[in-house]
Design a protein around this ligand. Structure first.
Ligand code: AMP
Length: 281
């Protein structure tokens, strides 16, 4: 296992491997790894010669008052888990390494970053696309792996790769869930026992929506209202958004048609959780 903190060193190492014909898979993370991250690492390890995992809590994707400082961190545990899942290289730079004094350049995808999480977290996706561009430039992966958990992120990254002619394949992998259906997240650790119990309503409301659609309900407003009602029954839940959108434009739709994304964000106390499903009819 190779662990790098410096850009020049990891570049040097990976360029040598690439000259030797090795393919590179890349899994960007903010650390505090769980089975969701590990599923991406395993997938990458099965499809590439070398799997690189970055562990970097990226300050530019957090807004003022968000949880950048308290975001959970446990590097030694992450290194061990990543290695067991098949990672060969860890890149864990310091903030000043990625954003040295005088840093001035940002990458911004327009329109599809204004809705859903982009509406509640202004500047979030600008931080994501900026750091992901930098990481792609450092690592030069053949393939990069993202989770469907962050549905909008995957769509935004794909758009950026297409728009900027980046030479790599983006692979979006399924959401990994706890036994009761809660989508795994590093932030789940913030939940107190009662919040944790109630948080399963996110998955339950999405499952209910899917069932309604299967039974023939195609009116997006009605489905959205049913989801909101179910979530509101939980005393600790505060809805940030429930959106039923077109998978490509991320615009609200009235009728469920071919590829529809149902995405939601709900707060339990200080903790903001997201989840989604793709509905195919
Ligand atoms: P994060 O460390 O939260 O920035 O996540 C790093 C990557 O792991 C992102 O591409 C996420 O979408 C993905 N990820 C996070 N949670 C899950 C999950 N429960 N299932 C699948 N992928 C996930």
């Amino acid at each position: 296992m190779q662990i790098f903190k410096q850009i020049a060193e990891i570049k040097n190492y990976l360029r040598t491997e690439q000259r030797n014909g090795k393919s590179i898979g890349f899994v960007p993370t903010m650390g505090y790894l769980h089975e969701g991250h590990l599923s991406l690492i395993r997938r990458s390890a099965s499809e590439n010669d070398i799997t690189v995992v970055s562990i970097f809590v990226n300050p530019t994707q957090f807004g003022p008052g968000e949880d950048f400082e308290k975001y959970p961190r446990d590097l030694n545990r992450d290194i061990q888990l990543a290695q067991e899942a098949g990672a060969h290289v860890i890149f864990t730079p310091d903030t000043v390494t990625i954003y040295p004094e005088g840093y001035k350049t940002y990458v911004e995808v327009q329109k599809i970053t204004d809705t859903l999480c982009g509406a509640s977290r202004p500047g979030h996706f600008r931080g994501v696309t900026t750091v992901v561009t930098k990481l792609f430039n450092i690592i030069h992966p053949d393939r990069a792996y993202f989770g469907q958990k962050d549905a909008q992120q995957g769509i935004v990254i794909r758009q950026m790769v297409r728009d900027l002619d980046m030479d790599l394949e983006i692979i979006v992998c399924p959401i990994v869930r706890e036994a009761d259906g809660l989508a795994m997240s590093s932030r789940n650790i913030y939940l107190n026992p009662e919040e944790r119990k109630q948080a399963v309503v996110l998955f339950q409301s999405l499952t209910m929506a899917k069932d309604l659609i299967v039974q023939g309900e195609k009116n997006a407003y009605k489905i959205k209202a049913a989801i909101e009602k179910k979530i509101s029954e939980k005393s600790l839940a505060k809805i940030d958004y429930v959106s039923i959108v077109d998978m490509e434009t991320l615009r609200d739709i009235r009728q469920i048609t071919n590829k529809t994304l149902i995405a939601l964000a709900v707060r339990f106390g200080e903790t903001r959780l997201i989840d989604n499903i793709i509905v195919e009819v």
